[in-house]
Design a protein around this ligand. Structure first.
Ligand code: TRP
Ligand code: SF4
Length: 337
Protein backbone atom coordinates (compact mmCIF):
# COMPACT_ATOMS: atom_id res chain seq x y z
CA UNK A 1 0.00 0.00 0.00
CA UNK A 2 1.59 3.30 -1.04
CA UNK A 3 1.85 6.10 1.47
CA UNK A 4 -0.96 8.51 0.69
CA UNK A 5 0.62 11.80 -0.37
CA UNK A 6 -0.88 14.52 1.73
CA UNK A 7 -0.74 18.26 2.13
CA UNK A 8 -2.70 18.17 5.36
CA UNK A 9 -0.69 19.08 8.47
CA UNK A 10 0.63 15.98 10.18
CA UNK A 11 -0.24 14.89 13.72
CA UNK A 12 1.25 12.09 15.76
CA UNK A 13 0.04 10.63 19.01
CA UNK A 14 0.29 7.39 20.94
CA UNK A 15 -1.18 5.42 23.78
CA UNK A 16 0.31 2.85 26.08
CA UNK A 17 -1.37 -0.58 25.81
CA UNK A 18 -2.85 -0.76 29.30
CA UNK A 19 -5.57 -3.28 28.36
CA UNK A 20 -9.13 -2.72 27.32
CA UNK A 21 -9.78 0.99 27.03
CA UNK A 22 -12.45 2.78 29.05
CA UNK A 23 -14.68 5.80 28.55
CA UNK A 24 -11.99 8.04 30.03
CA UNK A 25 -9.51 6.97 27.35
CA UNK A 26 -12.22 7.55 24.76
CA UNK A 27 -13.24 11.02 25.91
CA UNK A 28 -9.68 12.11 26.76
CA UNK A 29 -8.03 10.94 23.55
CA UNK A 30 -9.68 8.59 21.06
CA UNK A 31 -12.81 10.66 20.35
CA UNK A 32 -10.54 13.61 19.58
CA UNK A 33 -8.26 11.54 17.35
CA UNK A 34 -11.29 10.35 15.40
CA UNK A 35 -12.26 13.96 14.69
CA UNK A 36 -8.72 14.95 13.68
CA UNK A 37 -8.71 12.35 10.92
CA UNK A 38 -10.71 14.65 8.65
CA UNK A 39 -8.35 17.58 8.68
CA UNK A 40 -4.92 16.13 9.43
CA UNK A 41 -2.59 13.48 8.16
CA UNK A 42 -2.72 11.26 11.24
CA UNK A 43 -0.23 8.84 12.74
CA UNK A 44 -1.59 7.03 15.81
CA UNK A 45 0.29 4.25 17.53
CA UNK A 46 0.33 1.76 20.37
CA UNK A 47 3.35 2.50 22.57
CA UNK A 48 4.23 -1.05 23.57
CA UNK A 49 7.86 -0.26 24.43
CA UNK A 50 6.60 2.43 26.77
CA UNK A 51 4.62 -0.24 28.61
CA UNK A 52 7.94 -1.90 29.44
CA UNK A 53 9.25 1.17 31.24
CA UNK A 54 6.98 0.31 34.18
CA UNK A 55 5.98 -3.31 33.52
CA UNK A 56 9.29 -4.87 32.52
CA UNK A 57 9.12 -7.48 35.28
CA UNK A 58 5.88 -8.98 33.99
CA UNK A 59 5.46 -8.79 30.23
CA UNK A 60 2.87 -11.56 30.05
CA UNK A 61 -0.01 -9.22 29.25
CA UNK A 62 1.61 -6.99 26.65
CA UNK A 63 0.50 -9.05 23.62
CA UNK A 64 -3.10 -9.34 24.80
CA UNK A 65 -3.19 -5.65 25.64
CA UNK A 66 -1.94 -4.72 22.17
CA UNK A 67 -4.80 -6.75 20.65
CA UNK A 68 -7.39 -5.10 22.86
CA UNK A 69 -6.15 -1.60 22.13
CA UNK A 70 -5.98 -2.36 18.40
CA UNK A 71 -9.64 -3.44 18.54
CA UNK A 72 -10.57 -0.38 20.59
CA UNK A 73 -8.84 1.92 18.07
CA UNK A 74 -10.97 0.46 15.28
CA UNK A 75 -14.11 0.36 17.42
CA UNK A 76 -13.73 4.02 18.34
CA UNK A 77 -13.70 4.87 14.65
CA UNK A 78 -10.05 5.32 13.74
CA UNK A 79 -9.95 4.56 10.03
CA UNK A 80 -6.95 2.60 8.77
CA UNK A 81 -7.65 3.76 5.21
CA UNK A 82 -7.24 7.36 6.24
CA UNK A 83 -4.89 7.29 9.25
CA UNK A 84 -1.69 5.39 9.80
CA UNK A 85 -2.37 3.11 12.78
CA UNK A 86 0.73 1.30 13.95
CA UNK A 87 2.74 -0.42 16.64
CA UNK A 88 5.80 1.30 18.08
CA UNK A 89 7.95 -1.84 18.31
CA UNK A 90 7.44 -2.55 14.58
CA UNK A 91 9.22 0.66 13.63
CA UNK A 92 12.83 0.27 14.72
CA UNK A 93 13.62 3.86 13.77
CA UNK A 94 12.03 4.91 17.09
CA UNK A 95 14.70 3.00 18.98
CA UNK A 96 17.55 4.23 16.80
CA UNK A 97 16.52 7.83 17.23
CA UNK A 98 16.13 7.30 20.98
CA UNK A 99 19.72 6.08 21.05
CA UNK A 100 20.98 9.03 19.01
CA UNK A 101 19.07 11.45 21.24
CA UNK A 102 20.59 9.82 24.32
CA UNK A 103 23.98 11.02 23.08
CA UNK A 104 22.98 14.67 23.12
CA UNK A 105 20.60 14.81 26.10
CA UNK A 106 21.91 15.98 29.47
CA UNK A 107 20.76 13.60 32.22
CA UNK A 108 19.60 16.62 34.23
CA UNK A 109 16.98 17.43 31.57
CA UNK A 110 15.39 14.04 32.18
CA UNK A 111 15.70 14.17 35.96
CA UNK A 112 13.80 17.42 36.09
CA UNK A 113 10.81 16.25 34.03
CA UNK A 114 8.10 16.50 36.72
CA UNK A 115 6.45 13.19 35.83
CA UNK A 116 9.70 11.37 36.61
CA UNK A 117 9.76 11.95 40.37
CA UNK A 118 5.96 12.00 40.65
CA UNK A 119 5.57 8.59 39.07
CA UNK A 120 8.47 7.13 40.98
CA UNK A 121 6.73 8.16 44.19
CA UNK A 122 3.22 7.20 43.12
CA UNK A 123 3.89 3.81 41.60
CA UNK A 124 4.89 1.67 44.51
CA UNK A 125 5.80 -2.00 44.28
CA UNK A 126 7.87 -1.53 41.12
CA UNK A 127 11.53 -0.66 40.97
CA UNK A 128 11.57 2.39 38.73
CA UNK A 129 15.18 3.33 39.29
CA UNK A 130 15.97 2.06 35.79
CA UNK A 131 17.67 3.74 32.86
CA UNK A 132 14.60 3.03 30.69
CA UNK A 133 12.23 4.74 33.08
CA UNK A 134 14.41 7.84 33.24
CA UNK A 135 14.48 7.78 29.44
CA UNK A 136 10.71 7.45 29.04
CA UNK A 137 10.19 11.02 27.81
CA UNK A 138 13.21 10.81 25.54
CA UNK A 139 11.76 7.75 23.84
CA UNK A 140 8.57 9.76 23.51
CA UNK A 141 10.55 12.57 21.88
CA UNK A 142 11.91 10.07 19.38
CA UNK A 143 8.39 8.69 18.76
CA UNK A 144 7.29 12.18 17.85
CA UNK A 145 10.21 13.67 15.97
CA UNK A 146 10.81 10.65 13.73
CA UNK A 147 7.58 11.67 11.92
CA UNK A 148 8.37 15.41 11.78
CA UNK A 149 4.79 16.28 12.77
CA UNK A 150 3.46 19.80 13.13
CA UNK A 151 1.15 18.85 16.02
CA UNK A 152 0.91 16.37 18.88
CA UNK A 153 -2.62 15.95 20.24
CA UNK A 154 -2.33 15.11 23.94
CA UNK A 155 -3.98 15.85 27.24
CA UNK A 156 -2.62 18.28 29.83
CA UNK A 157 -0.64 15.52 31.57
CA UNK A 158 1.58 15.05 28.49
CA UNK A 159 2.34 18.71 27.79
CA UNK A 160 5.66 18.58 29.65
CA UNK A 161 6.77 15.69 27.47
CA UNK A 162 6.05 17.66 24.31
CA UNK A 163 7.94 20.61 25.82
CA UNK A 164 10.96 18.36 26.31
CA UNK A 165 10.53 17.13 22.73
CA UNK A 166 10.78 20.72 21.50
CA UNK A 167 13.95 21.26 23.52
CA UNK A 168 15.47 18.09 22.11
CA UNK A 169 14.61 19.18 18.56
CA UNK A 170 16.22 22.56 19.19
CA UNK A 171 19.38 20.99 20.58
CA UNK A 172 19.61 18.56 17.69
CA UNK A 173 19.11 21.36 15.15
CA UNK A 174 21.87 23.40 16.79
CA UNK A 175 24.41 20.60 16.50
CA UNK A 176 23.42 19.21 13.10
CA UNK A 177 22.08 20.71 9.91
CA UNK A 178 21.46 19.29 6.46
CA UNK A 179 22.77 21.69 3.80
CA UNK A 180 22.24 24.50 6.30
CA UNK A 181 18.61 23.47 6.91
CA UNK A 182 17.04 22.28 10.18
CA UNK A 183 15.87 18.68 10.03
CA UNK A 184 13.56 18.43 13.06
CA UNK A 185 10.77 21.02 13.24
CA UNK A 186 9.52 21.77 16.75
CA UNK A 187 6.05 20.25 17.07
CA UNK A 188 3.23 22.04 18.87
CA UNK A 189 0.81 20.64 21.42
CA UNK A 190 -2.76 20.32 20.20
CA UNK A 191 -4.36 20.27 23.62
CA UNK A 192 -7.16 17.74 23.97
CA UNK A 193 -9.90 19.19 26.14
CA UNK A 194 -10.45 16.70 28.94
CA UNK A 195 -13.92 16.99 30.39
CA UNK A 196 -14.46 15.90 33.97
CA UNK A 197 -15.26 12.21 33.69
CA UNK A 198 -15.80 10.52 37.03
CA UNK A 199 -15.59 6.79 37.57
CA UNK A 200 -18.11 4.83 39.61
CA UNK A 201 -16.51 5.90 42.90
CA UNK A 202 -16.62 9.60 41.98
CA UNK A 203 -12.85 9.90 41.47
CA UNK A 204 -11.37 10.48 38.00
CA UNK A 205 -11.99 7.42 35.84
CA UNK A 206 -8.77 5.44 35.82
CA UNK A 207 -7.77 1.84 35.41
CA UNK A 208 -5.66 2.00 38.55
CA UNK A 209 -8.70 2.96 40.64
CA UNK A 210 -10.80 0.07 39.29
CA UNK A 211 -13.71 2.47 38.73
CA UNK A 212 -13.98 2.35 34.94
CA UNK A 213 -16.70 1.78 32.40
CA UNK A 214 -15.03 -0.06 29.56
CA UNK A 215 -15.82 0.45 25.90
CA UNK A 216 -16.72 -3.25 25.75
CA UNK A 217 -19.06 -3.31 28.75
CA UNK A 218 -22.45 -4.84 27.95
CA UNK A 219 -25.68 -3.00 28.65
CA UNK A 220 -26.20 -5.15 31.76
CA UNK A 221 -22.69 -4.31 33.01
CA UNK A 222 -23.19 -0.60 32.42
CA UNK A 223 -26.49 -0.67 34.33
CA UNK A 224 -24.96 -2.65 37.18
CA UNK A 225 -21.98 -0.27 37.46
CA UNK A 226 -24.26 2.76 37.44
CA UNK A 227 -26.32 1.26 40.28
CA UNK A 228 -23.27 1.24 42.55
CA UNK A 229 -22.15 4.73 41.49
CA UNK A 230 -21.85 7.35 44.23
CA UNK A 231 -24.25 10.32 44.16
CA UNK A 232 -24.57 13.75 45.77
CA UNK A 233 -23.72 12.93 49.40
CA UNK A 234 -26.27 15.52 50.60
CA UNK A 235 -29.06 13.44 49.12
CA UNK A 236 -29.50 10.82 51.81
CA UNK A 237 -33.22 10.12 51.63
CA UNK A 238 -35.42 10.01 48.54
CA UNK A 239 -37.20 13.12 49.82
CA UNK A 240 -33.94 15.15 50.12
CA UNK A 241 -33.29 17.46 47.18
CA UNK A 242 -29.89 17.04 45.49
CA UNK A 243 -27.61 18.93 43.14
CA UNK A 244 -26.42 17.38 39.86
CA UNK A 245 -23.41 19.71 39.96
CA UNK A 246 -22.23 17.89 43.08
CA UNK A 247 -22.97 14.43 41.77
CA UNK A 248 -20.80 12.18 39.57
CA UNK A 249 -23.96 10.84 37.89
CA UNK A 250 -24.81 14.45 37.08
CA UNK A 251 -21.38 14.79 35.45
CA UNK A 252 -22.15 11.81 33.22
CA UNK A 253 -25.45 13.36 32.20
CA UNK A 254 -23.70 16.60 31.28
CA UNK A 255 -21.38 14.72 28.95
CA UNK A 256 -23.68 12.14 27.44
CA UNK A 257 -27.35 13.09 27.81
CA UNK A 258 -29.50 15.26 25.55
CA UNK A 259 -30.25 18.85 26.65
CA UNK A 260 -33.89 17.86 27.24
CA UNK A 261 -32.89 15.00 29.52
CA UNK A 262 -30.48 17.27 31.35
CA UNK A 263 -33.33 19.67 32.18
CA UNK A 264 -35.31 16.74 33.61
CA UNK A 265 -32.29 15.72 35.69
CA UNK A 266 -31.74 19.20 37.13
CA UNK A 267 -35.37 19.95 37.94
CA UNK A 268 -36.09 16.42 39.15
CA UNK A 269 -33.02 16.24 41.37
CA UNK A 270 -33.33 19.71 42.85
CA UNK A 271 -37.02 19.24 43.68
CA UNK A 272 -36.61 15.64 44.81
CA UNK A 273 -39.10 14.84 42.07
CA UNK A 274 -37.01 11.94 40.80
CA UNK A 275 -35.07 9.28 42.67
CA UNK A 276 -31.41 8.50 42.11
CA UNK A 277 -32.28 5.03 40.84
CA UNK A 278 -34.35 6.50 38.03
CA UNK A 279 -31.72 9.14 37.30
CA UNK A 280 -29.00 6.49 37.09
CA UNK A 281 -31.19 4.52 34.72
CA UNK A 282 -31.29 7.53 32.42
CA UNK A 283 -27.53 7.96 32.63
CA UNK A 284 -27.12 4.28 31.74
CA UNK A 285 -29.43 4.78 28.73
CA UNK A 286 -27.18 7.60 27.49
CA UNK A 287 -23.99 5.59 27.98
CA UNK A 288 -25.42 2.59 26.18
CA UNK A 289 -26.21 4.83 23.22
CA UNK A 290 -22.63 6.09 23.07
CA UNK A 291 -21.16 2.62 23.40
CA UNK A 292 -23.43 0.79 20.94
CA UNK A 293 -21.83 2.04 17.70
CA UNK A 294 -18.33 1.58 19.16
CA UNK A 295 -19.13 -2.01 20.04
CA UNK A 296 -20.77 -2.65 16.68
CA UNK A 297 -17.65 -1.48 14.82
CA UNK A 298 -15.38 -3.39 17.17
CA UNK A 299 -17.29 -6.62 16.57
CA UNK A 300 -16.54 -6.44 12.83
CA UNK A 301 -12.95 -7.49 13.51
CA UNK A 302 -11.29 -10.46 15.11
CA UNK A 303 -8.25 -9.72 17.26
CA UNK A 304 -6.06 -11.27 14.54
CA UNK A 305 -7.54 -8.97 11.89
CA UNK A 306 -7.04 -5.92 14.09
CA UNK A 307 -3.38 -6.85 14.61
CA UNK A 308 -2.97 -7.41 10.86
CA UNK A 309 -4.31 -3.91 10.21
CA UNK A 310 -1.87 -2.46 12.72
CA UNK A 311 0.98 -4.37 11.10
CA UNK A 312 0.08 -3.05 7.68
CA UNK A 313 -0.01 0.44 9.18
CA UNK A 314 3.41 -0.17 10.70
CA UNK A 315 4.85 -0.75 7.23
CA UNK A 316 3.56 2.65 6.16
CA UNK A 317 4.84 4.28 9.34
CA UNK A 318 8.25 2.66 8.92
CA UNK A 319 8.53 4.07 5.41
CA UNK A 320 7.87 7.58 6.69
CA UNK A 321 10.20 7.13 9.65
CA UNK A 322 13.00 5.87 7.38
CA UNK A 323 12.71 9.06 5.32
CA UNK A 324 13.36 11.21 8.41
CA UNK A 325 16.14 8.89 9.50
CA UNK A 326 18.00 9.38 6.23
CA UNK A 327 17.95 13.12 6.82
CA UNK A 328 19.11 12.64 10.41
CA UNK A 329 21.98 10.35 9.44
CA UNK A 330 23.02 12.75 6.71
CA UNK A 331 22.85 15.77 9.00
CA UNK A 332 24.92 13.92 11.60
CA UNK A 333 27.41 12.87 8.92
CA UNK A 334 26.91 9.28 9.95
CA UNK A 335 26.52 6.25 7.66
CA UNK A 336 23.03 6.28 6.19
CA UNK A 337 20.69 3.37 6.95
N1 TRP B 1 3.36 9.02 27.27
C1 TRP B 1 2.07 8.93 26.58
C2 TRP B 1 0.98 8.59 27.62
O1 TRP B 1 1.27 8.05 28.65
C3 TRP B 1 2.09 7.87 25.51
C4 TRP B 1 3.04 8.22 24.40
C5 TRP B 1 4.20 7.59 24.10
C6 TRP B 1 2.89 9.28 23.47
N2 TRP B 1 4.79 8.15 23.03
C7 TRP B 1 4.02 9.22 22.61
C8 TRP B 1 1.91 10.27 23.27
C9 TRP B 1 4.20 10.14 21.58
C10 TRP B 1 2.11 11.20 22.23
C11 TRP B 1 3.25 11.13 21.39
O2 TRP B 1 -0.16 8.84 27.34
FE1 SF4 C 1 -27.21 12.54 41.35
FE2 SF4 C 1 -29.29 12.09 39.80
FE3 SF4 C 1 -29.38 11.47 42.39
FE4 SF4 C 1 -29.37 14.00 41.63
S1 SF4 C 1 -30.96 12.49 41.20
S2 SF4 C 1 -28.14 13.11 43.26
S3 SF4 C 1 -28.04 13.95 39.82
S4 SF4 C 1 -28.08 10.55 40.83
Amino acid sequence: MPTIPSSRPRVLSGMRPTGKLHLGNYMGALANWVKLQQDYECYFFIADWHALTTDYADTSKVMDNIEEVALDFLGAGLDPENSVLFLQSKVLEHSKLHLLFSMITPVSWLERVPTYKEQQENITGKDLSTYGFLGYPLLQSADILIYQPQFVPVGQDQVVHVELTREIARRFNQFYKLDGREVLPEPQVLLTPSPKLPGTDGRKMSKSYGNTIQLTDTEAEVRQKLKTMVTDPARIRRSDPGDPDKCPVGDLHKLFSTPEKLVEVYTGCRSAGIGCIQCKGWAADSLVQILAPIQERRSRYTAAQAVEIIEAGSVRAQRRAAQTMREIDAAMQMPIG
